[in-house]
Design a protein around this ligand. Structure first.
Ligand code: ATP
Length: 249
């Protein structure tokens, strides 16, 4: 990071297994309601990490708290060693973190290309429209379709593509597969794997741990605003009954 505090984006080094994000003792509140109770979480550069847990466990709130889009948060959120806890969300985004919320935020009155071009670049090296079309062929076909006319899967792809345009290299994805057909979930999985190969780092909320197991290196499990477990993907089979208990499935 520069000494004058200017925002420098997340580094582009591939193959660096250093810690990118280090969250310690994170508390978050909605008004009077205390939702996160001291969450710890690490994400290494180039990893895909999932947050699993039942409805209401605090997964979305964890992503929102990392991005600083909550009323109040306490604790420590370090990005490459830099403390984010007192930074506003626009400064956090400019450090190279791209957040794709569950509601996707596609503008209904704009077409696919207009939606893609809307967010400002936060760093150089964002994906070109050509690269985005290669990654998401559906979006190329639908380039002139209005947001309202897109399927749920197309909207999800557009929401991810739009963030990739901005130059963000660390992605926070909230339930990218929610409500989508299996064939679309497979496409999203392929995109996540491609991005990982290109050196992106991804933290995603997932309800579908079968999908999560096909893309992630590690899984964190949340319950009632606490982090209760971390399971490496290689150990998932051995932990399946525990995971069923956590998730109530
Ligand atoms: P889900 O998959 O259902 O979204 P989650 O694990 O992502 O689950 P959160 O959305 O983070 O859970 O919610 C954690 C808790 O915070 C829940 O008890 C929820 O009711 C509460 N909560 C979420 N958003 C708000 C809000 N805007 N105001 C008040 N409470 C909220």
């Amino acid at each position: 990071m520069s000494e004058n505090g200017a925002t420098e984006p997340v580094s582009r080094m591939n193959g660096d297994s250093g810690t990118l994000l280090e969250v310690r003792g994170l508390h978050a509140f909605y008004g009077e309601s205390h939702v996160l109770h001291g969450v710890d979480l690490d994400v290494r550069e180039g990893e895909v990490v999932t947050l699993l847990g039942r409805n209401g466990a605090g997964k979305t709130t964890t992503l929102r708290a990392i991005m600083g889009i909550l009323g109040q948060r306490k604790g420590s959120v370090l990005l490459e060693g830099r403390e984010l806890i007192d930074l506003p969300s626009n400064r956090i985004a400019r450090l190279g973190i791209g957040y794709v919320p569950e509601e996707r935020g596609i503008f209904a009155s704009l077409n696919v290309t207009e939606n893609l071009l809307l967010p400002p670049e936060i760093a150089s090296g964002g994906l070109s429209i050509e690269r985005i079309h290669a990654l998401f062929p559906n979006l190329k076909e639908r380039a002139r379709s209005q947001g309202t006319r897109l399927s749920g899967g197309e909207q999800q792809m557009l929401a991810i593509a739009r963030i990739l345009r901005t130059g963000a290299r660390f992605l926070l994805l909230d339930e990218p597969t929610e409500g989508l057909a299996p064939v679309i979930i497979e496409q999203i999985g392929r995109v996540v794997r491609d991005l990982k190969e290109e050196g992106f780092t991804i933290l995603l909320v997932e309800q579908n741990f079968r999908f999560a197991s096909t893309i992630a290196d590690r899984h964190y499990v949340m319950e009632d605003g606490h982090m209760v477990d971390m399971i490496p993907n290689a150990d998932l089979d051995a932990n399946m009954s525990k995971l069923h208990d956590y998730l109530g499935v």
